[in-house]
Structures are given as structure tokens and as C-alpha cells.
Unconditional design. Structure first.
Ligand code: 6PG
Length: 246
């Protein structure tokens, strides 16, 4: 696991943007396309703004970039809690990306269970066509952008939920705890997240010092969801020093 500390969210986001830009251009050059799974929350906001800035977006061939959602709330696209809405407003509406490259979570399905199943099928189908499945048939994303909540959740994988240990499915429906905005969620599992080429974990926002400490410790006293993330060198943890403030 690589650890990088930044003085503030702006510096962190600039580093992350540059890293996404480089990874996208390398992937496009090597295999003709780039896949990224995005997260919601406040931590990635500046990254989305940076990517939509013309100086950055002009350096990317959006026709060859495919965007997915690592987790979503089971609400309409226009809902203020929708991760699609956030990313659409900050990024997609400002760039020229073909509609077919945007793999938004199918929140129009009749239930959250069906939405998770349909999304899993769509993802497998896409990666299969691109020859992007590994030997076990699991998609290999170029980048998984992950956030972490104050309770240590990542994507919509919350503490104490059975989905943390899911070994078959790559997308699941989750009932988030009562304190979470919108309880019906669709989430990638660690089986899919940890199979990516690169995982970027954003640790930003006050009051995350304790979870960061536990996560980074070699001898953690807790079992936080973020501790299930791959700890090899393909994972880069970006720490905004404000997490140590309360
Ligand atoms: C979501 C996210 C989630 C997020 C964390 C961190 O809930 O939609 O994808 O996993 O990354 O809750 O949120 P903040 O960045 O706002 O702290």
C-alpha cells in the first residue's frame, strides 16, 4: 500500500487528477480503452471539477473512457442524494463523453435487488466484450476511486453487514444503517474492487483520524470495511491532513 499525505484537499485532488490522467492515457495507448469506477461523497468533488476543467479534459479521449459507479443510492437521477446526479453535475455535463460510455447504476429497475443484478450483468457483459475479464471471469477495472465514511465504510459496504464477505457477486444491494442518507443502496463488492489494476482511497474530511489510524496500523483493533481493501502496492491511500482535526 502506498501512502501519500497532503496539506489540504486541493493538493490531494490535484495529485489524484494527474494520476487518473496518466493512467487513462497509458491504458488507452496500451489496450484502447480506460475504465474507472467513481465514488460519491464530498471527498472526490474537487477531482470531478478538475477533470471537467478544459485544460485537463482536452488531454483525455473521452470516446475511449468508460465510467461506472462503485456505489449508488436507490433514488432517481435527479435526487440530491444520487451519486449519478453529483457526478453528472460536476463532470459529465461539462465534457464531451458519449452516452454509451456512461454506465450509470440502473436505478429505474423495480427493486434495489433487481438493480444490483442488472448492473452486475451489464458490467460483466461490457468487460467480456472488451476482453477485460480475468481468468476467473472477474472484471479488471483500471481505477477504483474509493472514499471512506467516518464509520469506516467504503463504497456502500458498511460495518457489520454480510455483504463485506461476499465472495460470489460483484455487485450487491445493501441496506445501509439508519444513520446513512438513503438506506437502499447498490454497491460493488470487495471481490470486484480489489480486482482492479489500481485502487485510490481518498481519506479526507474531519474526524477520520481514528479510522485512518486503525486502517493504517499493522495490528488493527477493529474490523472496518476499509480494512478489507487490498493492501498491496496497487492501492494508493491519499490522506488529507485535515482528517486529524475534529
Ligand atoms: C457514498 C460513497 C461513500 C463515500 C463516503 C465518504 O456514500 O455514496 O460512495 O462510500 O465515499 O461516505 O463520504 P465523504 O467523502 O463525504 O466523507
Amino acid at each position: 500500500m502506498k501512502l501519500l499525505e497532503f496539506n489540504n484537499i486541493l493538493e490531494l485532488s490535484n495529485w489524484a487528477t494527474d494520476s487518473i490522467l496518466k493512467a487513462a492515457n497509458i491504458a488507452i495507448e496500451q489496450k484502447g480503452y480506460f475504465t474507472i469506477s467513481l465514488c460519491g461523497g464530498s471527498s472526490p468533488i474537487q477531482i470531478f471539477k478538475n477533470l471537467s476543467n478544459s485544460k485537463v479534459s482536452e488531454q483525455l479521449d473521452w470516446n475511449k473512457i468508460f465510467i461506472f459507479w462503485g456505489d449508488e443510492r436507490f433514488v432517481e437521477d435527479t435526487n440530491k442524494n444520487s451519486n449519478y446526479n453529483l457526478i453528472n453535475t460536476l463532470l459529465l455535463s461539462n465534457i464531451s463523453i458519449p452516452e454509451k460510455n456512461i454506465f450509470k447504476t440502473p436505478v429505474n429497475e423495480s427493486s434495489v435487488e433487481i438493480a444490483a443484478e442488472v448492473y452486475e450483468k451489464q458490467i460483466i457483459e461490457f468487460f467480456s466484450e472488451k476482453n477485460g475479464l480475468d481468468k476467473k471471469g472477474i472484471p479488471v477495472f483500471d481505477i477504483m476511486l474509493q472514499g471512506a465514511g467516518n464509520d469506516g465504510h467504503t463504497a456502500s459496504l458498511f460495518p457489520g453487514t454480510p455483504q463485506l464477505k461476499e465472495t460470489k457477486k460483484i455487485v450487491v444491494n445493501v441496506e445501509a444503517p439508519e444513520y446513512a442518507p438513503v438506506r437502499d443502496r447498490i454497491s460493488f463488492t470487495f471481490k470486484l474492487i480489489n480486482n482492479a489494476e489500481n485502487i485510490i482511497l481518498l481519506l479526507s474530511g474531519r474526524n477520520k483520524g481514528t479510522i485512518a489510524g486503525n486502517f493504517l496500523s499493522n495490528n488493527p483493533k477493529t474490523d472496518l470495511p476499509i480494512q478489507h481493501l487490498d493492501r498491496s502496492n496497487k492501492t494508493t491511500v491519499l490522506i488529507d491532513r485535515s482528517i486529524y482535526l475534529s
